[in-house]
Each structure stands twice: as structure tokens, then as C-alpha cells.
Design a binder for this molecule. Sequence first.
Ligand SMILES: Nc1ncnc2c1ncn2[C@@H]1O[C@H](COP(=O)(O)OP(=O)(O)OP(=O)(O)O)[C@@H](O)[C@H]1O
Ligand SMILES: [Mg+2]
Length: 241
Amino acid sequence: MIELNHVSKTYAGKSVKAVDDLTWTVEDGKITGFFGPNGAGKSTTLKMICCVHAADEGTIAINGHDVATDALEAKRQFGYVPDDPDRFLRLTGIEYLTFMADVYGTPAEKRQAFIEKYAKRFEIYDALSSRISDYSHGMRQKVHVMGALIHDPKVWILDEPMVGLDPKGAFELKEMMREHAARGNSVLFSTHVLETADALCDNVCIIARGRMVWNGTLDELKAAHPGSSLEQIFLEMTDHE
Ligand SMILES: Nc1ncnc2c1ncn2[C@@H]1O[C@H](COP(=O)(O)OP(=O)(O)OP(=O)(O)O)[C@@H](O)[C@H]1O
Ligand SMILES: [Mg+2]
């Protein structure tokens, strides 16, 4: 579970808040989709949850561990896939995965089994001995998803994880998200693909200009706007804010 309480953030040199007074609980056992226009504050929110940026105001706790005062324990709770997979380019895939498993203390047998299983599901097993700089965008995305999840964290935080994935990769990732939530864990991901809401999300949060404009189940969202498509609902909610 992730709990945000009156969280705000303004970047240095900016006059407008990137995230403005966000109070939100991301539930266990659910897949939560995080939607909003470009620049709405999604990545900033996810980075504050993952301790990449500090909030100016408010508190964030992951499974009860405050990210400001109990950061190490908070960091053990989650796996984070950032929006930019162009990282660790000089390492080979297997070096990167070994590094991540070492950082999180994943035992040898577990990491081996994880790499075998998921590299095969993502069809990048044969590429693991190549440098990440030689990977395509989608292959980088896949290896970073694996690196973030190799320690089997309870909470998954994925920033636009489907971007660049081929249909099989996107299918496998969605299956993995469903499996993880079904085991009682939290899955939070941002996306611009509204169709994933229907296909994947239990809960939906929409922000615009740093402020939450909707939070609830997908069924509640649809019931509140009878006869409208998700696209119409999204445009209406984010335009009128
Ligand atoms: N490192 C930064 N320094 C200064 N301003 C930033 C920085 N990162 C984001 N911002 C600003 O904060 C606001 C929110 O950006 P953010 O990246 O959180 O949006 P987003 O919802 O993830 O957008 P997108 O859908 O394009 O990924 C924007 O106005 C953006 O210009
Ligand atoms: Mg973003």
C-alpha cells in the first residue's frame, strides 16, 4: 500500500507546482492506472514515491514506511521502472541484472530462476550477454523491468512501462502485473493508453496540472459518465480542470 498525504512539489526555478496537494491511497491487491496529460505530474509523483525527488510538503509511506524518515525500509518495498530506459548502457544485460540482484541481496538460486523465466517470457534471453547500448528501445525496457522486479518487491511502480514493447512483451507484462496484484501486492503504473484502463486497471487516478481530478474504480468512473467513452471522459476531465 502506498499512502500520500497532502503531497506537493515545485521544481527549482518554477512558479507552478508540479504536484499540488495530492492525497491518495494506492491499494494492495489492485492494479492502479495513473493517467493525465503530458506535464500533469505523473512522473514527478512516482519519483517522489520512489525517493528520487523529495516532496516539499506532505508525507508518503510505502507499506507503512515513511520515505523521508525510514527511506531504506521504504526502498526495500518497491521496484521502480523509470520512464527512460537508456540507463546502464555500458553493462551487458546479465551484468545489469546481477548488479540489481546484488544491490537487493537476491539469493543466487532465486535470481537464476527469475532470469531464466522472465528473459524467456520477454524473449531477450539470447541478448543477455550483449551490451544494453546495443539493445533496441523495447529490449532496454524489458531488461529494466526485470532489473526492477528481480528482488520480488511487494509494490511495483512502473512509469509508462508499455512504451516500445512489442505485442508479446506488452502481453507478458500485463500478465505479470495481474499475477502480482492477484497475490495481494500493489501495482501502480502510468500510461497514456486509455484502452489499458479497460483491459487492466481495477482503480484509476487522473491528474491534471498537478491536482487529482478523479480517483476511484473504473466502474465508478464509467458510472459517473454514462454513455461517454473513456476518451471523452478523459478529455472532459482534464480540459475543464
Ligand atoms: N527535472 C525537472 N525540472 C524542472 N521541471 C520539471 C522537471 N521534471 C518535470 N518538470 C515539470 O513538472 C511538471 C510535471 O512533469 P512530469 O514529468 O511529472 O509530468 P508527466 O505527467 O509525467 O508528463 P508526461 O506524460 O509527459 O510524462 C511539468 O510542468 C514539467 O515541466
Ligand atoms: Mg512522465
